[in-house]
Design a protein around this ligand. Sequence first.
Ligand SMILES: C[S@@+](CC[C@H](N)C(=O)[O-])C[C@H]1O[C@@H](n2cnc3c(N)ncnc32)[C@H](O)[C@@H]1O
Length: 354
Amino acid sequence: MAWLPPGEMPLVHAGQTLRLCLRQCLEVRPGEWFEVAVGCRNEFGLWKRDEFPFPAPVALELVLLSLRGELLAAPETRGSLLLTSSGKLEFSARMEAPAEPAMLCVRASDVDLIRPLVPVLSPPMGPGELPHPKRLTLEQCRLISVGASSLLCAECQGDLGIGGRLWDGGLVLLEYLATGKLERRRVLELGSGVGLVGLGCALLGAKVWLTDLEEVIPLLEFNIALNRARGLTLDVEAKAHEWGTDVAELPAVDLVVMADLVYDVEASKQLLASLVALAKAEVEFLMAFRPRNVEDPEFFRELSTHFEVQRLEERGVYGKTCYDLEILRLGARKGMAQAECAALQRDSAHASKS
Ligand SMILES: C[S@@+](CC[C@H](N)C(=O)[O-])C[C@H]1O[C@@H](n2cnc3c(N)ncnc32)[C@H](O)[C@@H]1O
């Protein structure tokens, strides 16, 4: 492989998406004023005033959207809705209870910003609300356009940490996948997190299995149910798979997708074991990768002994705003011995126990 990722990146930099976030769960009391506290942050939930790229304060608006994303109302608001370089904003709002399941959305009112500012939505509320996943507090949602349609993903970072939020890699990979066709393909996603990439593959016509650690499965199942409740037909299910463990329970697929899974040296060894165990000539692997650690090249050196690694051309809007994200296509090298896979799995199972 000619290409090797660069070294450590700062945790806040201008190549990341900027996202609005709810700084506390919304407590909507119909007919009464309630507080809305938003922040502007990167994918880590971090903020640096110097990285605020907008020359003037950004005008925000609060709207009530149906589950399908249609505008139902603009609630009454009190206080300034201008987001300044402080990156934080508080205001009050008032509205009647929605007549159908709906979400409050805080978004930039000017769509021609010099850089996208990802909107934030409340978890769905109102009649016929989906049962929330047990032991998880849903904090906020992301509504992501996929072609003419869109997907909704609930986030719960407080309970699940990194698996409970959407990462830039997922946005970039889905953007890339949406430029192609996936009908009749069988897709496995590793480390799905909130599930956006795999749900997107299902929306594009594939049969999909989302996987992650056991504790993340209730969130994935909720996000599947949430998007089905929006009227989308999605052939998708969630299944626990911890990297480096047996892949015999996983279905046979022809495409494996993964976004932003290389960030921890030990976990990466286990990920590699799963990749090697899943590798077959007819299986294509697509990985969105953002360099994070000085050890990343080591992972890629090891990866390239098992796979041909090809860096794909940047496409789409996120290819422009997330300058350091790569999409890599991995193809299994011929003659990868079964004994080699078994040894890697054994090593990684041993490492995860010790
Ligand atoms: C940085 S997040 C990326 C999530 C998602 N792919 C995205 O782009 O939004 C890494 C994901 O890998 C999962 N993960 C971490 N270690 C894992 C392991 N040993 N086995 C399976 N999944 C793991 C986490 O739970 C998390 O969902």
